[in-house]
Design a protein around this ligand. Structure first.
Ligand SMILES: [Zn+2]
Length: 113
C-alpha cells in the first residue's frame, strides 16, 4: 500500500468517524434533555435510571469514536513520516487486509495477538 492509498483510506475512515461522532453528540444532547425533564419530575423516577444506562452507553461510544479519531490522526502522521504500515513492535510490514480493517493499526497481526 502506498502513501496516497493510505491517506485516502485514513481520510475515508475519519469522515466515517466524524459522522458517527455527530450522531452520538445529537443522541447525548437529546438524552440530556430527557434526563433534565425526568429529574424535574421526580428524582426517583425509574425512568431516570433507564436514561442513565442509555447515557453511559452513548457516552462510551462517543469516547470510543473520539479515541479512534485520535488514532487516525496519529496514523496520518505516520504516513507523513514514512512509518505507516510498519509494525511498531517487530518492524515488519502490517498486512494490507489488516490495514483495510484497521487503518490505524500500530502492530502486525502476529504482534497484536
Ligand atoms: Zn509485528
Amino acid at each position: 500500500m502506498d502513501a496516497a492509498q493510505a491517506e485516502r483510506m485514513l481520510d475515508d475512515r475519519r469522515r466515517e468517524v466524524d459522522h458517527r461522532l455527530a450522531r452520538l453528540r445529537e443522541d447525548e444532547a437529546s438524552l440530556r434533555h430527557d434526563r433534565a425533564d425526568a429529574t424535574a419530575d421526580d428524582e426517583h423516577d425509574p425512568e431516570g435510571s433507564t436514561l442513565s444506562g442509555e447515557w453511559a452507553q452513548v457516552d462510551a461510544l462517543r469516547r470510543g469514536a473520539e479515541a479512534e479519531r485520535l488514532e487516525i490522526q496519529a496514523a496520518r502522521e505516520r504516513v507523513a513520516s514514512g512509518t505507516f504500515g510498519v509494525c511498531e513492535n517487530c518492524g515488519r510490514p502490517i498486512g494490507d487486509a489488516r490495514l483495510e480493517a484497521r487503518p490505524f493499526a500500530r502492530r502486525c497481526i502476529a504482534c497484536a495477538l
